[in-house]
Each structure stands twice: as C-alpha cells, then as structure tokens.
Write a protein of this length. Sequence first.
Length: 327
Amino acid sequence: MLHFLRRARLRAVLSAALVLGTTAAPAQAQTWPDRPVTIVIPFPAGGSIDAVMRAISPQLSERLGQTVVIENVGGASGAIGAGRVAQAKADGTTLLAGSINDVVLQPLLNRNLRYGTDNFDPVSLVFTSPLILVARKDLPQSNIDEVVQALRTAPESLSYGSPGQGTFQQVVVEDLQRRTDTKMLHVPYKGASPLINDLLGGQIDMAVMAPPTALPHLQQGRIKSLGVISRQRLAAYPELATINESKTVQGMEMVGWVGVLAPKGVPPERLQRVRDALAAVLDKPEVRERVLSMGMVSASAYDKASFEARIRDDVAALRTLNLPTQP
C-alpha cells in the first residue's frame, strides 16, 4: 500500500512539473528582453543613421518594454562597430544598425576583417536612401554632362572627397567614372565632418552624400546638386534632378540602406519580437513623414526574407565591380 502511494505521489509531481514546464516557456518568452537592448551604430554621432535610430529608440523602448540604448562605435569605415556586434553574445540584447557599407562592402574589400556578411541575422530594414552627387557652390560646371566634358578634356582636373578609403561613397564615384570613362582625383577623409568642411571651404570639388547630410547645405545654397544617383527623383524634393536625366549617364542607381541586424544564432522568437516592434514604430505616420523629410524612405514593410534577398543582391552587384581588396 505504501509503495503504491509513493508511486501515485511521484506521478502527481511529474504531472505538475510537465504542466509548469509547458506554461513557463511562453511566460519566459514574453518576459524577454529582461535587460536593456543596445543598438550599435558603427559610425560617430551626428549622421543620418544616428538621427533616425535616436528618434525611434524611445518608441522602440515602449514596444519592447525595456530600455533601448544607442551606442556609437565608429572607426574603420564601420567595421569596428559591426565586428563588435558580430562577436557579441547571441541573446538579442546587442544589435547592429548596419548599412550596405559595413555589412556588405567592407567584408568584400577587407580580407582581414574578423567578421563576414554571413555572421549576421537580418532583422528588419529600417530605411533606404539614394545618394546625391554634390559640388562646391562655385564649381564652374553646373551638371554632370559638363563635369564629364571637363574630365575628358583634362583627367583628374577635378577632385572628389569620400569619408574614407573603401567606403560606399568612394565605390559610387568609382562606378560613375567607369561609366563615363573619366578620372577624378580622390581625396579620402577620416569621416564625413572634415569632408563637409573642405567641400564648403572649396578645398575639394565634389562629394557623394546621403540626403540628410546634403539637404540642409543645399537648401542654404552652400553647395549645389549635380544629380540624385537614382532612377527616380526624391519624393519630398522633386526639384532635384537625377543623374540619369543627363546625356552621359543612364541607368545608374546606387541606393544605400540601413537595417537592424543581430549576431548569428539569436533565437528566432526574439528576432521576431524586435521585428514586430520596429514595424509598429516605423508604420507610424509621423515617423514615416520625418524619414521622408530627410530624403529617405521608411522600409518597415520589409520582412526577414526580403531583407536577406536585398543583402544577397547587393553582394552580387558589388562583386561585379571587381573592387580591389586589401591584403
């Protein structure tokens, strides 16, 4: 009799444990994140990525029920910050606000990086952004056709600046030169701020900029646009012609993007939680309008599969350029 009672009690305990186990897992999933979530921006503060992510982080915190911390980790054209996230613990509390530059381009150019494109799990695309070819306000040439003519007459007679050797902006200009059979003098800088200062001061002739950086200076007449590097004009600034409306350049489109990525191996349900929170925030009319006013397009409709496809397409497209790699 005593033996029977012991077995009955054991069955009761096991049954209770099974019930608790089935109910505890969803409860645990719902309590994540249980500590602050850090989003690393692999560039110094003040850029377009920084502006957007800091603008949406308070609302993202509300959706996740946890503090979202924005951390700027600049250096090596975004590779230092991206590398930190790639090597972070895959628990979903360290994420990357990555771009085509640090997620796609740098792994293609630098064989010594401690990460590759495949070391990330795409979570959600945040926004896309065509680039703008701009020039100092007193440049004699007023459009890309005149620039091409001047360069064909005197190669390297005009200069352009980039935020650094091997950055996406440099790749865009290199592609433009190949398309037009021209050659400009490249002046690499350590970041965007000194580049902008020299462009405003007339020390360099041209540069490629993201709309949030270029638009305030364009509106104040401190620089001028030579063309949006896209097939379509910016929706919020239709007065800016595209580079493809010229006689010498056709079909050129170099669109940058920013998205949230996680280290490989984060549990899918946690990535989905972040994805859902981002979609809810980015779908708000006031957020979409703000992004649009900065010359960019909110991309909250992109799911994981679409984001992965975009990254694959960019890798394939940049490989066709046969860019020189660093040893």
